[in-house]
Design a protein around this ligand. Structure first.
Ligand SMILES: [Zn+2]
Length: 369
């Protein structure tokens, strides 16, 4: 399994290297696209000499990674477009990069030789420090250089735990789990409301200082939500279950299941919760299962009867057997049932696309998606 530690760095030689590297990248893309080739061998033959001639300062090991990224990106878009990312970048591998944890620094190849650059690892990432680190990506965003350290560890063996937990995500409750736990969103709504109020005032002012404060405020709000998602996903992931079932929100959105819910999606980062939960489960050898969200709120979790009018606001009352329960809790039990039954399970488990877990090729980072 992989995690990314992202840190800010400063170095002028790296800045100059990133400029040249990106030019060389665009050159590879141009050649690959024009000749309609994406194999490493062919792109190498078509570009290597020219790159060495035009940008003689780029170390040859970096010329190889530039070609590799270009090939992967061209292949990913099937040579239909020229994949040029928004941000300039450099991919580093073990020949061009070293992370020295003890000294809190990285050593990177640049056009001016190896440079040792200090890094400060944020508290939250420190738990990944004993993982392996063989590659990294430097990016220039705006005027800031970032370094993403790719940390790797063996994925733990799957637990032989066949117990299923259903998790319903909603509006009144951030989450309700089928073991009868409610995580209400009162605090979240309070804080969100406070921020929205402040933001509205600042927006109406429209001065440049108001805009600056607005930016700071949304940064603060994001961090609050992020922290809440961390705490919540941590607590849920530690529960003694082997399989954690969630509704697939992409389907939920597509099928327009609940307009309110869609609106809410913008406010509260359900996707982030899922991503955090996914990481935490993976580290413990537990499973995340996504299920089809159809009828989860209309189905009776006792007799299986499905009827729209079974649900009245927060109350679920079965028209067939008379079973009564909190509507979100009933839904969470249906979600657990679907995860277990495999009928409602989606054929392919599709975690939220994240650059952190899917970046074997670092494509997401490199194309800036
Ligand atoms: Zn019933």
């Amino acid at each position: 399994m992989r995690r990314t530690i992202k840190v800010k760095i400063k170095n002028n030689a790296l800045r100059r290297t990133i400029d040249q590297y990106f030019e060389a990248y665009k050159f590879c893309i141009e050649m690959g696209y024009n000749l309609q080739i994406s194999s490493k061998r062919k792109i190498h033959d078509a570009t290597y000499r020219e790159i060495r001639k035009r940008w003689p300062g780029i170390p040859s090991a970096l010329v190889q990674t530039v070609r590799d990224v270009a090939c992967e990106n061209l292949w990913a878009v099937r040579l239909k477009i020229k994949p040029i990312p928004k941000n300039k970048f450099i991919r580093y591998d073990k020949r061009t990069f070293e992370f020295r944890r003890k000294d809190n620094l990285v050593s990177l190849s640049t056009i001016e030789g190896r440079k040792k650059i200090p890094v400060r690892i944020p508290e939250y990432f420190k738990k990944y420090l004993d993982w392996n680190c063989k590659s990294a990506v430097a990016t220039l965003r705006g005027n800031q250089l970032w370094l993403s350290l790719i940390m790797e560890a063996n994925t733990p063996q799957k637990l032989q735990n066949k117990i299923y937990l259903g998790i319903d995500r909603g509006i009144n409750n951030i989450a309700v789990t089928s073991d009868n736990k409610f995580y209400n969103s009162k605090k979240l709504r309070e804080v969100k409301g406070k921020y929205q109020h402040k933001k509205a005032i600042l927006q109406s002012k429209g001065t440049s200082s108001a805009r600056r404060r607005l930016k700071r405020l949304s940064g603060k709000e994001k961090r609050f939500v992020r922290n809440l998602n961390h705490c919540l996903s941590k607590e849920v992931a530690l529960k003694d279950f082997g399989n954690f079932c969630l509704e697939d929100l992409h389907i939920k959105k597509e099928k327009k299941l609940g307009k309110k819910f869609n609106k809410k999606l913008g406010n509260w980062s359900y996707g982030q919760f899922q991503q955090f939960l996914d990481y935490k489960l993976e580290e413990q050898g537990k499973n995340l299962i996504l299920v089809d969200p159809s009828y989860t709120s209309q189905r009776c979790s006792v007799c299986g009867h499905i009827e729209n009018s079974n649900r009245q606001n927060n109350r679920f009352r079965c028209k067939s057997c008379g079973f009564e329960l909190n509507a979100d809790l009933n839904a969470s039990r249906n979600i657990a049932y679907l995860g277990k039954s495999e009928i409602g399970r989606l054929p392919v488990i599709q975690p939220i696309v994240s650059p952190v877990k899917t970046d074997t090729s670092l494509l997401a980072l490199a194309i800036g998606r």
